[in-house]
Design a protein around this ligand. Sequence first.
Ligand code: NAP
Length: 309
Amino acid sequence: MSDVHNVIIIGSGPAGYTAGLYSARAMLEPLMFAGYMSGGQLMLTSDIENFPGYPEGIGGPEMMMQLREQAERFGLTVQDKNVEAVDTQSRPFKVTVEGEDFFAHSLIICTGAESIWLDAPGEADQKGRGISTCATCDGAFFREEEVLVIGGGDSACEEATFLTRFASKVTLIHRRDVFRASTIMYERAANHPKIEIKTFRQVKEWLSDEKGLTGAVLEDPRDGSTEEIAATGAFIAIGHKPITSFLGGQIDTDDNGYIIHQSHTMTSVDGVFAAGDVVDTRYKQAITAAGMGCQAAMDAEKWLEENVH
Ligand code: NAP
């Protein structure tokens, strides 16, 4: 068996890097598998305006680079690889990465969440072409074009506002007239001259021709009436689902796949901790993920002291 690490951190958003920082400073020599796309969802975000300590805001990728550098300075080792499987039945735990096995006395799972797609008819053909879940990544492809944004949360309002930099018109489509978005994000979108908001509308079907997306059929959920809307781009922002399938059901989750904490940040398996959006069904903020990453590292340190060292 190769070396047994004190702690392996899986995932690299604000939760993972903060767990890395704290466990490195606790001299646990943590190893992180950051994923091929390290940095998590904030790598796809433009400006973060609500993380304390940045009065002018900061770009998502820039913040993730800084968090990584800070943790590496204290001894976090990062590999930009995806974890394929974990075995939590054996002790030490086994983590399989690109066919290679790694072993650790404790694990901190910070794999976060990924975008949910609508899966309306016609969507599959247009994924990554006319239909995207990331305005920061794909918005610039739609210069002077008309685009749709689907959803009523902070993500939808943020994406709609961001897209006004490129698109000639943005139509925000929401299935009811109450918005989950925070007031500031909603008002920024609602007051923007390039944004039109259509409520009580759901995408029934996407329309396209050989050149790409041409629009959508929208349905009013109250009476089933339909209308067509023209657009060459669409951005789906209807929420996220936790990334837990690689755990193979070994750790208790709720019906939606979110890991359940049993005691502080410890999961149903003794010695396995979890932090950030993979657990969080309520707050889902960079700052709350970072805070939970700190808690998980402190819990892991205490657990290692009491159970291993
Ligand atoms: P969210 O708050 O869960 O909102 C998802 C939206 O999509 C809801 O309005 C929901 O409608 C709608 N929706 C869900 N399924 C749908 C479907 N099948 N068809 C049509 N509409 C559907 O998700 P989010 O906007 O991604 O935000 C997630 C978390 O991240 C939140 O806590 C948010 O505050 C945070 N966030 C923060 C920032 C920031 O502060 N800068 C930016 C982005 C996100 P209903 O309302 O009818 O359910």
